[in-house]
Ligand binder design. Structure first.
Ligand code: FE2
Length: 436
């Protein structure tokens, strides 16, 4: 059930994957800092002092001081990053590559001139007793004893005005009372259900990503995510603690499962992520800590084309396969789908709300998620408004549930619908996989 990494055994080769990237993060970032001339100058003037500025492990630091590229790579360095160190020392790429082989510089150069190193005897398949790895199959069934247990899916709108109402102490006002009443059940429930980690699916609202970079699916593999300033100052809530080990495991599995994720170690998180946390865990000051670790999963719904509901559902299935392969500590995992429901924030049709459509969406999400994947973009935009497209995010959490892997249907724990919060219809749903 473990992750498939046959490349680890290729002789004389270290493959840089999500696990190695996590290990070598600061080493590689230090290397990249040497792309600036002023940093190269400071580094060469006093290497020890410059390295003091980076949180390297003792092994990483010593490897840099020894200019030992093999040792750096064993500690998570990647050759393209590390080449910036070599360049700073005036080494050519041929000198760097040769330095890792145990050959003299002249012997390595001569070998390359005479055609390079031959593959025979240097391949995994040339080793005694090697058998080709079994062909990977995409599992359509659950792992019954998986240490990472996907217990519940939670869905909620993430309207920024809800966050503002909490931050400005307006939750008791009659207008807002009607919204927050829908979350009273959830706040009690979460004290019992106590997730260790939430994979929080949301969409960034031109906050962490602008027109310079438009990734379709972004997985946060970092340790911490600061709360964004969206123009009104940052919300007065805690920064978000990530789960790099599980996130890099998910990245490895989901990308091997044919999904091209963008991996992000440093990003701010906007109301799309923090408002759901506030709705479920209540008011916390910036000095406190959210009682859960969060893996952000951001879906582009700002610029067309956006992913289809079908694609999001399939990503959910890939996420579940990743969770099933986890062999780390036992974890109570929830996946949250956020955004929606019907709303349009732009143009002469602004203010559009479609109560009937929203409730049909919830019905299908509960009982017919595969049928829901047939609803195309036009259906979302036409019926639920231009910003109602956020609802495709919800299919990720749903696609990962037991009944999509041959298990029983989820139990509906809580359902709430209210109009309006600012410009938007608020929907909220909690459904749980059957207890085993
Ligand atoms: Fe949104």
């Amino acid at each position: 059930m473990a992750l498939d990494k046959p490349y680890k055994d290729v002789p004389g080769t270290i493959i840089f994957d999500a696990e190695m990237a996590r290990k070598g993060y600061h080493l590689n970032q230090f290397s990249m800092s040497l792309m600036k001339p002023e940093n190269r100058e400071r580094y060469l003037a006093d290497r020890e002092a410059y390295l003091d500025e980076w949180p390297l492990s003792e092994k990483q630091r010593q490897a840099v001081l020894d200019m030992d590229l093999n040792a750096m790579m064993a500690e998570g360095g990647n050759i393209y990053f590390l080449s910036k160190i070599g360049a700073t020392h005036g080494l050519s790429f041929q000198q760097m590559a040769g330095s890792m082989t145990g050959m003299s510089e002249a012997a390595y150069r001569d070998m390359m001139i005479s055609g390079g190193r031959r593959p025979e005897g240097n391949r995994l398949k040339d080793l005694d007793g090697w058998v080709p790895p079994a062909k990977g199959e995409k599992s359509e069934t659950m792992r019954p004893d998986a240490p990472a247990k996907y217990t519940s899916a939670l869905f909620t709108s993430h309207v920024p005005a809800i966050g503002a109402a909490m931050d400005l102490g307006k939750t008791e006002e009659p207008y807002w009372q009607k919204v927050f009443a829908g979350y009273e059940w959830t706040r009690e429930w979460v004290k019992e259900s106590k997730p260790d980690v939430v994979i929080l699916v949301y969409n960034d609202h031109a906050t962490a990503f602008d027109s310079s970079l438009i990734p379709t699916f972004v997985l946060g593999t970092g340790a911490e995510y600061p709360v964004a300033d969206e123009g009104y100052g940052p919300r007065p809530v805690p920064d978000v603690q990530g789960y790099p080990e599980l996130a890099s495991h998910i990245a490895q599995s989901v990308i091997q499962d044919d999904f091209d994720l963008t991996l992000v170690n440093e990003m701010v998180v906007d109301h799309g992520l923090t408002v759901p946390l506030s709705l479920v865990f209540g008011e916390l000051s910036p000095e406190e800590q959210w009682p859960v670790r969060v893996i952000p999963l951001a879906v582009n719904v700002v610029q067309y084309p956006v992913p289809s509901g079908r694609r999001c559902y399939e990503l959910g299935k890939a996420l579940r396969r990743a969770l099933d392969k986890w062999d780390g500590p036992e974890l109570n995992v929830q996946i949250w789908g956020t955004g929606g429901m019907s709303h349009q924030l732009q143009g002469p049709r602004a203010g559009l709300i479609n109560e009937e459509w929203d409730n049909a969406f919830l019905d299908h999400l509960i009982a017919d998620p595969l049928g829901l994947t047939e609803w195309d973009h036009l259906e979302y935009v036409d019926e639920a408004g231009s910003e109602g497209i956020e609802l495709v995010d919800w299919l990720i959490a749903r696609g990962a549930m037991d009944d999509q892997f041959g298990g029983d249907a989820p139990e509906v724990n809580h359902r709430f619908y209210h109009v309006p919060a600012s410009n938007t219809a608020v929907g909220h749903l909690v459904i749980s996989n059957p207890e085993k």
